[in-house]
Design a protein around this ligand. Structure first.
Ligand code: G3H
Ligand code: 13P
Ligand code: ZN
Length: 307
């Protein structure tokens, strides 16, 4: 059943668990995501980036998600716009039927981020749609980073408190040292958990962790064993994810792990059965691999068995 983002996340916030927000760019990924949520009995957030919307067409995004939500009426699912870059982009998603949007104006100065976010919140709330915003910049932090460098990049808890109060945003993504993709940390993984705890204390709303793929060993090995190149690839370890949830994270954004898991199976098929050209024989193992990754992750997040 399609619900708003805040409906899913306020429960997670009250009960202290995380809900995966999984990106998709095609039907196979979406099917894997729904089947995994069904298997794990987990609430779900599915998210489409502006790139995914461009690739599929917004009408196709809506049709696919609404069809799957009808097929799995027992799963509460929110359809979220990932990293909306403007008011217009968020408005289009709201008007089309998304139940949650992210306005990512974090690269603008604080005041401008606040103004754009307020505009999106006013519009989205008038249509019953939830809103996520971001503070700070998504990038890895290292051991030898100075306090002032850290302050320039990561979320400022004072700003977070004021931002939430003034914008009335439903959930906030505070930058605490993660980054997108498969190469998150140059040295040992490091996140600023103290800062996260402080932001949670000051805002008391659901918080979002972007760049939360873990690249677990099984995913890495599956990718490498078919000739994939992942030199220096590093994700957010499971214990960091657990600690983030203890610190107040409730929405956990995952894309890279699903991409790696799916593509490894396509590569495997191409390598082992070079004469095969039935698309389904490539995609079905990919779907199964993505499901396995997701079910394991929903247990780590604590969202399994919540429906
Ligand atoms: O945050 C980015 C997501 O992983 C989506 O990436 O813009 O390549 O669709 P994309
Ligand atoms: P990953 O690249 O770590 O999967 O992060 C995805 C994300 O944050 C989407 O918004
Ligand atoms: Zn992101």
């Amino acid at each position: 059943m399609l619900v708003t983002g805040i409906e899913i996340l306020s429960k997670a916030h009250k009960e202290g668990y995380g809900v995966g927000a999984f990106n998709f760019v095609n039907f196979e990924m979406l099917r894997a995501i729904f089947e995994a949520a069904d298997g794990a009995k987990s609430p779900l957030i599915v998210q489409a980036s502006e790139g995914a919307i461009k690739y599929l067409g917004i009408d196709m995004v809506l049709s696919m998600v609404y069809t799957m939500a009808k097929r799995y009426t027992h799963i509460p699912v929110a359809l979220h716009l990932d990293h909306g870059t403007s008011f217009e982009s968020c408005k289009k998603a709201v008007d089309a039927g998304f139940t949650s949007v992210m306005i990512d104006a974090s690269h603008h100065p604080y005041q401008e981020n606040l103004e754009i976010t307020k505009e999106v919140v006013d519009y989205a709330h008038s249509k019953g749609v939830s809103v996520e915003a971001e503070l700070g910049r998504l990038m890895g932090i290292e051991d030898n980073i100075s306090v002032s460098e850290k302050d320039a990049v990561l979320v400022n808890p004072n700003e977070a408190e004021e931002f939430v109060k003034l914008s009335k945003v439903d959930y906030l993504a505070p930058a605490i040292g993660t980054s997108h993709g498969a190469f998150k940390f140059k040295g040992e993984p490091k996140l600023d958990f103290d800062r996260l705890v402080e932001v949670k204390k000051r805002t008391n709303i659901p918080l979002v962790l972007h760049g939360a793929s873990s690249i677990p060993e099984s995913v890495r090995q599956a990718f490498l064993s078919t000739g994939g190149d992942l030199k220096g690839g590093k994700g957010v370890p499971f214990d960091f994810i657990e600690q983030s949830i203890k610190g107040g994270i409730n929405k956990v954004n995952i894309d890279t792990d699903l991409r790696l898991a799916f593509i490894a199976q396509v590569r495997k098929m191409a390598k082992e059965q070079p004469s095969e050209f039935d698309l389904r024989k490539y995609f079905n193992p990919g779907i199964e691999a993505v499901k396995a990754v997701m079910i394991e992750r929903m247990r780590v997040l604590g969202s399994a068995d919540k429906i």
